[in-house]
Structure formats: C-alpha cells, structure tokens
Design a protein around this ligand. Structure first.
Ligand code: HEM
Length: 340
C-alpha cells in the first residue's frame, strides 16, 4: 500500500522552517526585525524559482521547430506568462510588508550583513538572462564580476548562451506569414508592398511637421535591413508584431496579441518592482552605499533604466493608427485570420 502523505513531510517544513538563522542572533543580540527581513527575501527567492520554471517551459515550447499560432502551444505560453505577471504583482505588494520595518530597526542588524546583498540574487540575474538581457548590456558589469560567486556567474553565462525568450519571440514573429504573396500578390520590396504603402500613408496622416523623427523611426523600424542598431527585434519581426497589435480583434490574432501584451506587462511590472525597491532603499538607507558596495539607489535607477527587455515591443505602439484608417485586408487573408 502506498505510504500516506503527511502535510508537513510533503512540504518539507522541517527544512524550510529551520532555515531562518539571524546574523544578529548568532552575534548574541537578536534584532527583532531580522526574521521578517529573511522571510521576505526567502519568499521572493521561492517565487523566483517558480518564475524560472515557468519561463523555462515557455522557452522549451518556443524552441520547437514549428508552432502553430492556432494551437494549444501559444495558449499555454500566454497562460504561463500571465502567471509570471501575477507573481510579479504579488512581488510588488510584498514590499509593503518589508516596509513595516523602520530604518532604525534595520540599523539594528544591517552592518552585520556586509558584504551580502540582493545584488547576489543569482536567480534574479538568471531570470533577466532568460528574458534576453546579455552581459554586455548589463549596467555595472565590473561590480557583477566582483560580487557574484564564480559558479553563479557560470550558470548565468550558460543561460545567456542559449536562446532567450526575446530571441525566440523574434523568431516566432518572423515565421508569421501575414505579408506573403499568396495574400497580396507580387511585390518588389517591402516598401512597395500594398499593405505597407497604405499603412505608411495612414501613419503619415497622423503626424504634423514636428514629427519628422517619428516618421524616420517608422521607416527604420519596419523597413531597414535585419536588426537596426542595438534593437533586439528584427524589422521583419516588428512588421508581424504591429500587424498583431493593430488587427488583434481577428479571432486568430487574439492569443498572439495577448502574448505580446503580457510580455510588455511583465517588463512594466518588473520596472515597477525596481522602482518600489528603489524607494524602499532610499527610505531605509538614504544616500548610503549598498551592503553589496554599489552606489545604492543610483546604481539601482540605472539598472532599472537599462534592463528592460521588451521595451521595443511597447515602443511599437508609437506606430499604431486608428482602427478606421487601417488598410483593408484581402479576402483570403481575412479567411485565414478567421473572420470569414
Ligand atoms: C531593507 C530592504 C532592502 C534594501 C535596503 C536593499 C538594498 C539594495 C541595494 C543598495 C542594492 C544595490 C546593490 C548593493 O550595493 O547592495 C540592492 C540590490 C538588489 N536587491 Fe535589494 N534591498 C532590500 C530588499 C530587497 C528585497 C526584499 C529583495 C527581493 C529579492 C531585493 C532584491 C535585490 C536585487 C535583485 C538586487 C539587484 C538589482 C539589480 O542588480 O538590478 N532587495 N538592494
């Protein structure tokens, strides 16, 4: 007969509930708020583990050689991305709990934590790498080499060497065949494509004289060769993405739209978490440097501003036009999109 499962054995509570060892206690003068500080950090690390797990499963689905946009695969990706977004919502709220600790309470044990720091959260850095942040694009690279353990740097480098979420989303977008000749007939190059001629005109009609740079941004985003500058998405992927964003009411595009929208939401939620973390840091330690030795709030603001991965996707919304000015789609394409 199978052994009966017992709640606390199943959850291995003997391990979890004995894993809070305060430094102040070890040093002979227990600081009351250090337990809260440890538990909040541990809760985050457990959630980071769950997010890594979801993210890896999403990467595995997107790595399949071909995924059908109308299959459970894309739906599963969206479902799991939404779960990740919910976890980040919770992560933002959790800061309120830690902020019940006052700066004076924190000072009772803070000095005993040096040089440990949230900067050494290798899971957080793994998550950034899984999403698509490369070492070369990290703010404070030198700091990174000095403060993370060699094995953690290696684990993160291993993730960076594999296809990231943004790269796989780019490939998925590139494979979507909205602008194929079967729908539109023959065309010379993308700028003379019937859809893009009309869309560019509809967009130009929304601009005034001062908007010249926005118009050249449009051409750069959708017509330049391959990837422009340091962009993570190719112009081909940008074309598919704006099509999904603009024609999202068509049945077949609703799930792909949610996929893009949730990626943008996750970036925004992480930036909100970073902003809340910065205000907490300023409130707790003012202008002091971090226990990890960075410039504290200043370092964190720069990493917040540089570590967004899906901001180009959000930037595509610059190029949306009003629904009633969108190019009319050919019948065959509408059929494919599920409205006929
Ligand atoms: C009293 C509360 C906290 C303070 C004063 C604080 C302070 C700091 C500071 C100053 C840094 C910059 C690196 C350094 O020099 O140490 C940092 C980084 C970081 N902290 Fe916190 N932190 C707090 C709570 C948390 C919590 C609850 C988490 C949740 C996991 C967290 C996660 C991180 C992460 C992931 C980084 C690296 C961010 C990046 O590199 O962009 N921190 N923290």
């Amino acid at each position: 007969m199978a052994k009966e499962v017992y709640y606390s054995d199943y959850l291995q509570l003997d391990k979890i509930l004995t894993a809070q060892q305060t430094e102040s206690g070890k040093n002979g003068s227990e600081a009351h708020d250090e337990l809260l500080f440890i538990i909040v950090h541990q809760a985050y690390e457990l959630w980071f583990k769950q997010i890594r797990y979801e993210m890896q499963s999403i990467i595995d689905i997107l790595r399949k050689p071909s995924i059908n946009d109308n299959s459970p695969d894309v739906f599963t990706v969206v479902h799991r991305l939404k779960r990740i977004a919910s976890i980040w919502q919770l992560g933002i709220q959790q800061i309120d709990v830690l902020e019940t600790m006052t700066p004076l309470d924190f000072l009772d044990f803070r000095e005993q934590l040096r040089p440990a720091s949230g900067f050494q959260s290798f899971q957080f850095k793994m998550l950034e790498a899984m999403m698509g942040l490369k070492f070369a694009d990290r703010h404070g690279k030198d700091f990174y080499q000095r403060h993370l353990r060699k094995e953690h740097i290696e684990d993160i480098a291993e993730i960076e060497a594999q296809p990231s979420l943004i790269e796989l989303v780019n490939d998925w977008l590139e494979r979507i065949p909205f602008f194929d000749e079967v729908y539109w007939g023959k065309y010379e190059n993308i700028e003379s494509h019937p859809f893009w001629r009309q869309y560019q005109q509809a967009f130009a009609n929304t601009l005034n004289e001062q908007d010249n740079s926005i118009f050249s941004g449009f051409n750069q985003t959708f017509f330049s060769e391959g990837k422009s500058g340091s962009n993570r998405l190719s112009t081909k992927a940008n074309r598919a993405a704006i099509f999904i964003l603009a024609y999202r009411d068509y049945p077949i595009l609703q799930v792909p739209f949610q996929l893009l929208d949730t990626l943008i939401a996750i970036d925004e939620l992480m930036a909100t978490w970073r902003t809340r973390h910065i205000s907490m840091v300023t409130r707790m330690i003012g202008l002091r440097t971090g226990t990890g030795g960075s410039t504290g709030a200043d370092y964190l603001s720069k990493s917040r501003d540089h570590h967004g991965v899906f901001n180009e996707l959000a930037g595509l919304n610059t190029y949306l036009v009003q629904r009633n000015t969108l190019p009319q789609l050919p019948e065959v394409l509408m059929e494919r999109l599920g409205f006929r």
